[in-house]
Design a protein around this ligand. Structure first.
Ligand code: PHE
Length: 335
């Protein structure tokens, strides 16, 4: 009898204890711990069952029933708690991961081409419409392509004008786009009719009109029976298309080792009295043609080189070349 009441007391105690524990539970892991503590193989409830044997026969059935009740009610409550915690967990997760679709989007700036790239493309397009195709060459060159093949031998004084930045092994940063003339002629038999835009480098101290990096567009046309008149026509067409129909142009005698005769081209705006230099040009020197195995008796042609930076400055009234390379967005956004 005593043992029976003892057992009943324990049942009650377990009942209360476990209820308290379940109430304060915060996580599914804790839940599992409670299950092990009470219902596990060595848990408190299985231990109660073991003690049934100590009871007198007449109490055993009754006590067994009570322990069973405790067991199934606890089992149920644990499961209930588990469901609650799972639901809560899911709810929190949904809240965390939810998107506020009413939030305004983040604006991403749309970029645009640099003013020099815009002008370069415009120049190339004008010549393409006249039938020239685009060619390109490397920005690092050998002495041969940058000078020798262009009729500028090692001790020629004209080298001063194109003083380069030298890398190791006789490699240099090209000082003009003219080496592309040689590369293209080496790879193609005439006729050749190309336009080559690209970056050039010179050992210049930056000021309002000089920068150690700048852009050029080179033009070369070789065929039978091309004359200075054809050169003039091409330049005139270009000036009209790029600057407008009212600009005047003139040739001014000049010297380049790779052209003979050579001329600078100047333009004058309709309302201006100043002539502005825009490019160098001339008939390709026979020595250059011979360097690429073209027969100068059969083929002639002309070349010209214009500074993209200079074109952009003239067209947009920009007075300092350094602005192009400073990449200040307040400047760049204007174009
Ligand atoms: N390469 C010359 C320069 O950089 C320009 C030029 C090109 C002149 C083609 C004549 C013919 O100044």
């Amino acid at each position: 009898m005593e043992k029976y009441t003892d057992l009943l007391e324990q049942i009650e105690e377990i009942e209360e204890d476990s209820s308290d524990k379940l109430r304060d539970l915060k996580s599914l892991d804790d839940c599992e711990q409670v299950r092990v503590e009470y219902l596990g193989r060595n848990g408190k409830i299985p231990n109660l069952f073991q003690r049934l044997g100590e009871l007198p026969d007449e109490y055993r059935a009754e006590a067994g029933k009570k322990i069973n009740q405790l067991k199934s009610s606890l089992d149920e409550r644990i499961n209930e708690k588990k469901r609650e915690l799972e639901e809560e967990k899911q709810k929190n997760q949904l809240e965390e991961e939810s998107l506020d679709v009413t939030l305004p989007g983040r604006r991403r700036g749309v970029g645009k081409l640099h003013i020099l790239t815009q002008v370069q493309n415009e120049l190339v397009e004008i010549f393409k419409r006249m039938g020239f195709s685009r060619a390109t060459g490397p920005e690092v060159e050998t002495d041969y392509y940058n000078f020798e093949a262009l009729n500028i031998p090692e001790l020629h004084p004209a080298r001063d004008e194109w003083d380069s930045l030298y890398l190791d092994d006789g490699v240099l940063l090209r000082t003009h786009t003219s080496p592309v003339q040689i590369r293209v002629m080496e790879d193609h038999r005439p006729p050749v009719k190309i336009i080559c835009p690209g970056k050039c480098f010179r050992r210049d101290t930056p000021d309002a009109t000089h920068y150690p990096v700048f852009f050029q567009v080179e033009l070369l046309w070789i065929d039978r029976e091309l004359s200075f008149a054809n050169l003039k026509y091409v330049i005139k067409t270009f000036v009209e298309e790029f600057f407008g129909p009212d600009f005047e142009m003139r040739f001014r005698a000049d010297y380049f080792p790779f052209t003979e005769p050579s001329a600078e081209v100047d333009i004058r705006p309709p309302d201006g009295d100043e002539w502005l230099e825009i490019m160098g040009s001339g008939m390709v020197d026979p020595n250059v043609l011979e360097a690429v195995d073209y027969d100068p008796e059969k083929y002639q042609g002309f070349a010209l080189g214009l500074g993209v930076d200079r074109m952009a400055m003239l067209k947009y009234g920009i007075d300092d070349i350094r602005l192009f390379y400073r990449n200040d967005l307040r400047f760049l956004r204007q174009f």
